[in-house]
Design a protein around this ligand. Structure first.
Ligand code: CA
Length: 229
């Protein structure tokens, strides 16, 4: 299957040129010229790579990277016009995986893209088993971050999956909100403490069966736990 690339770039000529060259290499390319729309599309569909301009209408490349990486593991390469170390550092800090400085030779971009996909293919072939753990009748699949419940596949976001994994790998141990913030949000101080409760609610909404007891139990004044029955 051909790799899917999202190009978020508001310079029309550059976007068209890059897109044509990538298509010529056999990739499926989507071009978006607006930052906010670009983020929505990147969150909604699964791309193998997002090529991201920094200065964009409505939302800049930093913010797009930050929000995208909070939900997904999509590979992001920034295209920065400014040959500034600070921009590059800021982009990498927010979760970009690679960068290329404009103006660039198209051959260099194509070579970098090929290298990224080679690495991705090697990494995915190394993963030994797709199931990472089971809990009751839930099978957790870390490869596509889904849960199979009685034959039904339920897709989770990265956060939801990490949250469930943290609980399942600590069966019978109550995890406090602070424990979960540390293991799932990595002490990101931009998040509010109640984000844990919000995500527990999302997660229950996806995995629980209406009318049955929730997989995740609330321990009043302490936190959350999944229990072995
Ligand atoms: Ca721009």
């Amino acid at each position: 299957m051909s790799k899917k690339i999202l190009v978020i770039e508001d310079e029309k000529n550059l976007a068209r040129f890059v897109s044509l060259e990538l298509q010529h290499e056999g990739y499926q390319v989507t071009v978006i010229s607006n930052g906010r729309t670009g983020l929505d599309v990147a969150l909604d569909k699964d791309f193998d790579l997002v090529l991201l301009d920094l200065l964009l209408p409505e939302m800049d490349g930093f913010e797009i990277t930050r929000r995208l990486q909070a939900e997904k593991t999509t590979y992001v390469m920034m295209m920065t016009a400014r040959d500034s170390v600070m921009d590059i550092v800021a982009g990498l800090d927010r979760g970009a995986d690679d960068y290329i400085i404009k103006p660039f030779a198209i051959e260099e971009l194509l070579a970098r893209v090929r290298a990224i996909f080679r690495r991705q293919d090697i990494e995915s072939s190394k993963k030994p088993s797709s199931t990472m753990g089971d809990y009751q009748n839930l099978k957790l699949n870390s490869q596509n971050r889904s849960v199979v419940r009685e034959g039904e596949e339920i897709s989770l976001t990265k956060r939801e999956f990490d949250l469930l994994s943290a609980l399942v790998t600590n069966v019978n141990h109550v995890l406090t909100r602070e424990d979960l913030l540390a293991s799932v949000w990595k002490y990101d101080d931009s998040v509010e403490t109640n984000v844990v409760d919000v995500y527990i609610r999302y997660l229950r909404g996806k995995i629980d069966v209406p009318g049955r007891e929730s997989y995740i139990q609330t321990v009043r004044g302490m936190g959350y736990v999944v229990r072995e029955h």
